[in-house]
Design a protein around this ligand. Structure first.
Ligand code: DPP
Ligand code: ZN
Length: 867
């Protein structure tokens, strides 16, 4: 396969200044006419051939200005022609087939509407182009279609013309005055309802906000509109970013590979990531939708006004924008809860990526298929790297650096080096070594040890950092690691810090740069408790042996709520790991003491309490074991611990569940959501005890719910613990009631695929159900991702989960390679498992490799996993 390398980056031979498109949609085919105003790159000699990207294009006509091009070569998705002048207009008329485009890249049919997805390389499926992000042009787009079937015609920018055509057809013309790469292009034709609102910017401009959805979803657009207004306001206040066009549009599409896409002025969203109301969206869905609306909106500056020079720079826009949306969510709701969830997600999903066959730096050096690099490393670890820059230079300088970056690179295609250079320029901080976070793959491990000398009143902390080799990178250099920290006394109070190292008194950050660092703290009059990596100040694994007393103090008295949570998690994790290693599934009293203390602590908010009472997921346990995993032993240990916690506090779970019932009118806000989240957790422990009253409560919660959160909380408790008869009653009831609501059907599929003890036969039956559609990514994800994240079922004892998934990947690859390749992740970490299980997973991968006609997407991931 062809490997694309960062080191081989070259400017293009030609630029495109302006792009004029006419997209004529007919039943059965679409004709695209393009006129590209091009000019030779002044830095290039001679008159090189022009090589344009184009996939599945049926050529009707090609012209340079008014001269037909008779000599051309079109093969391997490249059109090669020879220009005769340095400036010219390249014109093409081609036909494409959106109705049969199941890859959902380029122009495709989503239900009854036509829409586009061009990032990363979808535009080449619409017309011939220099489909690379450093080629930026202004666009004018005219769409023509049947008026009765497609009354709504949209593209980027402002509407400049519309009118009637013959045969019941009509057209609309849109113009986007801001230069942009082709990946930000969008067009939509459909029969959509429109919900309007407006936003007045900080300079007093009135922006028209419009959300478009299919008529049956008209009642689900208000929340996204409100989220959009909050995002626009926040970006003005926090980053000084004002919106630029006069219109901002969002379209909801049922068939979508990603969550959403930040096309200039015309964001296209996966319906599941934008449509919401109280009856069909749970609290976490509301929060996710708000965050995605914000994320795509923030891209208008971090991504669109300043874009990426090449796809190796993807984290320039994604890491920064995830960082921005996380900060937004923290400001809107509860910053500690958001931080805990983000850190937990990174450890659960990104750390395994970093130690697996697809480990890659935040700025990768090479790829085969860019679609495989929309990863948690690029996004979430990229956001952590941006966060560390903020931690190192402080909020004010970070904002200055961001202002400089937007000013200097407005209208340009930039690199991560450009971004860091701005931060360096405003702060004077030398980021040379820090930039290893962009180039070095893998998660550093920091081993910490302590020593207290009572006589000298000195306390020492020694840090030693190291990193395992990753594919293609055997040598690892020391990183810059910010350790936000405090030393606590036995009451949990913070001690003044006087030390001999690079410690910033204002931010309380100690910065490590060497492989080994020993820090001596003076004037320490009693043995202190070290609270390290507060707020997860660096994305590293920490190994710090602590006594039970130390752990208990941190778990109950640390004033940094993140670290308090982390100490509790560490107690669960260390205990589970010991249980697995010793083959002894007795839950020790330490765990029960921690649960008791958390339950009794009335100062904890319900949201934090629920986080502290939840056991680590199987996935996090697998990653934390750091040795060959016996999955059966792991399941047995965690189940035993859950059972023991459930039974030891049976009365408390019942009482708390009942007391958390509220008559308040439903609202999505942090306080109410925290209460419901805690109730879901206490109910799940209560139901685990087998108490019939718990199931009665769960059933009533389901039946009486006037909102989706309560409904799901009740239903999940029944699914995990109820009788088969009750389970199927409630599932039937759910489907009867909601089968016309797409988001509810997706939820219904997901619930069943994620339920305790689900079998492959059930999964197969779901895939045969009338509600299922293998060409729809959301439905596929509900069932297959639901199954693969269902640890006990996917990793079932007879290993049959692996071959089943391999066969589904092969089947899906013929339909939608991007979606198929995502599922390979569930097999790629086969080496962490022990014995026959690893062998079975490897065989499943091998069967994909051996099958005929694999896409580059799936091939790349499978080959790396088998290497
Ligand atoms: N839709 C993806 C995102 O917004 C790709 N840009 O992150
Ligand atoms: Zn993004």
């Amino acid at each position: 396969a062809r490997i694309i390398r960062l080191a081989e980056y070259k400017e293009p031979d030609y630029w495109i200044k302006n792009t004029q498109l006419v997209i004529r949609i007919f039943d059965g085919y679409t004709e695209v006419s393009s006129e590209l105003t091009m000019v030779k790159n002044a830095r290039v000699d001679g008159l090189p051939t022009l090589v344009l990207d184009g996939v599945e294009q049926t050529i009707k006509q090609l012209h340079f200005d008014d001269t037909e091009i008779s000599q051309y070569q079109y093969s391997d998705d490249k059109l090669t022609v020879q220009p005769v002048a340095e400036e010219f207009i390249f014109k093409a008329v081609t036909r494409i087939d959106p109705e049969n485009n199941t890859s959902l890249e380029g122009l495709y049919k989503s239900g009854s509407m036509y829409c586009t997805q061009c990032e990363a390389e979808g535009f080449r499926k619409i017309t011939f182009y220099l489909d690379r992000p450093d080629v930026m042009a202004t666009f004018t787009t005219r769409i023509e279609a049947d008026k009765a079937s497609f009354p709504t015609l949209l593209a980027n920018g402002n509407p400049i013309d519309e009118g009637e055509l013959e045969n019941g057809r009509h057209f609309a013309t849109w113009q986007d005055p801001f230069v942009k790469p082709a990946y930000l292009f969008a067009a939509v034709a459909g029969d959509l309802v429109r919900k309007d609102d407006s936003f007045t910017t900080c300079s007093g401009r009135e922006i028209s906000l419009r959300i478009f959805a299919e008529p049956r979803n008209a009642h689900k657009t208000d929340f996204a509109l409100d989220s959009l207004k909050r995002s626009m306001k926040w970006d003005e206040k926090r980053y000084g970013r004002e919106y630029d066009l006069d219109i901002f549009m969002i379209v909801a599409s049922d068939f979508f590979n990603m969550g959403a896409m930040e096309n200039k002025g015309l964001n296209i969203f996966n319906s599941a990531a934008v449509l919401a109301n109280q009856e069909t969206s749970s609290d976490d869905r509301f929060e996710r939708i708000e965050a995605i609306v914000a994320h795509e909106y923030f891209h208008n500056w971090s991504g669109n006004r300043v874009t990426c020079r090449d796809w190796f720079q993807l984290s320039l826009k994604e890491g920064f924008t995830v960082y921005r949306d996380a900060h937004f969510t923290s400001d809107m709701h509860d910053a500690t809860v958001k931080r805990i969830k983000d850190a937990r997600f990174l450890k659960t999903v990104q750390f395994p990526e970093d130690s697996g066959p697809n480990a890659h730096p935040v700025k990768p050096q090479e790829y085969q298929e860019i679609n495989n690099f929309y990863t948690v490393t690029i996004y979430e670890k990229g956001a952590e790297v941006v966060g560390m820059i903020n931690t190192l230079i402080g909020e004010d300088l970070f904002r200055k650096g961001s202002d400089l970056y937007f000013e200097r690179f407005d209208g340009c295609a930039a690199t991560t080096d450009d971004f860091v250079a701005c931060m360096q320029e405003v702060s004077g901080y030398d980021f040379t070594q820090f930039k290893r976070w962009y180039t070095q793959a893998g998660t550093p491990t920091v081993v910490v040890s302590q020593h207290y000398d009572a006589e000298q009143q000195q306390y020492q902390l020694s840090f030693s950092q190291s990193q395992k080799p990753t594919p293609g990178q055997s040598e690892k250099l020391p990183m810059v690691i910010p350790v936000k920290m405090a030393l606590l006394n036995a009451q949990g109070d913070e001690l003044a810090i006087d030390c001999d190292a690079d410690f910033n008194q204002q931010t309380q950050v100690l910065t490590l740069t060497e492989a080994q660092t020993t820090v001596t703290f003076s004037g320490v009059s009693e043995q202190p408790y070290a609270s390290l990596f507060r707020d997860f100040s660096a994305p590293v694994r920490v190994e710090f042996e602590l006594s039970e007393a130390e752990l208990l103090l941190l778990a109950s008295k640390d004033k940094n709520a993140y670290n308090r949570f982390d100490a509790v998690q560490k107690i669960y994790l260390d205990t589970l790991i010991a249980m697995i290693k010793n083959g002894d599934n007795q839950t020790p009293s330490l765990v029960l003491d921690v649960v008791r203390a958390s339950l009794a602590d009335n100062a904890l908010s319900p949201a934090i309490k629920s986080l502290m009472l939840a056991l680590p997921s199987y996935q996090l346990l697998v990653d934390s074991l750091q040795q060959k995993v016996d999955a059966d032993a792991l399941v047995a240990a965690r189940q035993a611990m859950k059972q023991s916690i459930a039974n030891s506090f049976k009365a408390e779970w019942a009482e708390l569940t009942l007391s958390l019932q509220s008559e308040q009118a439903y609202q999505f806000n942090a306080e109410q959501a925290g209460r419901r989240e805690l109730q879901a957790l206490t109910l799940s422990y209560w139901a685990e005890t087998g108490d019939a009253a718990a199931l009665d409560f769960a059933k009533a919660l389901y039946q009486q719910a006037n909102n989706q959160t309560d409904r799901l909380n009740g239903l999940k408790a029944v699914l995990d613990n109820g009788s088969d008869a009750l389970v199927s009653d409630l599932l039937d009831d759910f489907y009867q009631r909601w089968h016309e609501d797409t988001q509810m059907v997706e939820t219904w599929l997901l619930l069943q695929a994620s339920a305790k003890g689900v079998t492959i036969d059930t999964i197969k039956a779901l895939m045969q159900h009338e509600a299922f559609d293998i060409t729809n990514p959301n439905k596929v994800r509900s069932v297959l991702a639901g199954f693969m994240n269902n640890f006990t079922s996917y990793h079932q004892k007879d290993f049959s989960g692996y071959d089943f998934i391999a066969q589904r990947i092969i089947q899906l690859d013929a339909i939608n390679p991007q979606v198929a390749a995502r599922f390979v992740t569930a097999l790629e970490n086969w080496k962490v498992f022990s014995g026959q299980r690893a062998e079975a997973m490897k065989q499943a991968l091998q069967s994909i490799a051996d099958s005929q006609g694999r896409s580059p997407d799936v091939s790349e991931k499978v080959e790396k996993a088998l290497a």
